[in-house]
Design a protein around this ligand. Structure first.
Ligand code: RIB
Ligand code: CA
Length: 324
């Protein structure tokens, strides 16, 4: 595949077990040209995210992709990690070696702006983390919009949340940043929990990856074994663990959008303090309701919301790519 046919992408991540699965896939798929990777506080602190990201790239034998440190906390909220899910170090406490490489000598927003504007073809942004860096980019350098093809972000939920009953972690962590993203004025795909939780690698495949003698495939297996398909389904025998692809599904959606069923719907983010803060309000009504009839229509950004996914197709794509 020539460079002219590969899709230029930038991943903004909070590596994180499933962000690591996404990175392993992205750097190995021939259709993707990963121009940069930017890091933000989320699953763990931003310096841990930088360390984990560089470690994953080295374990994968990835080319020298620039990695930059971004926001160390959300725009308004204090940082609230997900270490209880991803382990103290954010990488399932696998004890991986420290990376040999240093991050870029510029910050994430500067690297994002530089690589987006320098790309000969419009860039697809793939945030798999709280959207703080993306919001800062859009507010600091709005001119980048002219060279962004689409933003495919892992975040939000049309139905059930995880961080709260109604809010997904990445949006809940920085709701204001998510609201800024949604008004970016570029095509947006929301790869939310409605599909995120469904893409699961069967236990037998996880076992095979864990036994691989190729470091990147073996790391994928170890990470998948850390991500039981359903948190309350940790079997006594770890070899019986199926593993959720998580963020990696959003990258699969960039490579193979036909595997995702999306609906173009109005999406709002609840910013009010209280039990709905961080909720993505996806309007699936067939027609306006009394609120519009009596109070007028509120213009909400239209987002391509993923409501269904071909699980087998994405699992097959992921395994074929990571195992090579
Ligand atoms: O809600 C799931 C998301 O939060 C994933 O991106 C996971 O890595 C965490 O960042
Ligand atoms: Ca993530």
């Amino acid at each position: 595949m020539t460079d002219g046919q590969r899709t230029p992408v930038i991943i903004d991540c909070d590596t994180g077990v499933d962000d690591a699965l996404a990175l392993l896939f992205a750097v190995r798929h021939p259709a993707l040209d990963v121009r940069a990777i930017t890091c933000v506080a989320g699953n763990t602190d931003v310096d841990g995210v930088v360390r984990n990201t560089l470690t994953v790239l080295e374990q994968a034998g990835a080319p020298h992709i620039p990695v930059a440190r971004g926001a160390e906390r959300p725009l308004i909220e204090a940082p609230r990690s997900a270490r209880h899910v991803h382990g103290h170090d954010g990488m399932a406490d696998l004890g991986l070696p420290e990376p040999a490489r240093e991050p870029a000598d510029v910050d994430a927003v500067t690297l994002l702006r530089r690589e987006i504007l320098a790309s000969p073809r419009p860039v697809t942004l793939i945030p798999t983390a709280p959207l703080t860096n993306i919001a800062l980019l859009l507010r600091t350098h709005p001119e980048v919009v002219r060279n962004i093809e689409r933003i495919v972000f892992m975040g939000g939920a049309a139905a059930v949340g995880n961080a709260t009953p109604v809010a997904e972690f990445n949006v809940w962590h920085d709701p204001e940043a998510a609201a800024i993203l949604l008004t970016a004025g570029v095509p947006i795909t929301m790869y939310g929990l409605d599909v995120f939780t469904r893409v699961v690698v069967p236990a037998a495949e996880v076992r095979r990856l864990r036994a691989s003698d190729e470091p990147g495939a073996r790391l994928a297996g170890e990470l998948l074994a850390h991500r039981p398909a359903h948190p309350d389904s940790r079997p006594d025998d770890p070899s019986e663990t199926a593993g959720g692809l998580g963020d990696a599904g959003a990258v699969c959606a960039v490579v193979d959008p036909q595997g995702l069923t999306t609906h173009r719907l109005p999406v709002d983010v609840s910013l009010a303090p209280g039990p709905t803060r961080g909720m993505t309000i996806v309007d699936r009504r067939p027609r306006p309701g009394e609120s519009e009839l009596h109070e007028g229509t509120r213009e909400q950004p239209l987002v391509d919301v993923a409501l269904d996914v071909d699980v087998e197709r994405y699992v097959k794509l992921y395994l074929a790519t990571v195992e090579g």
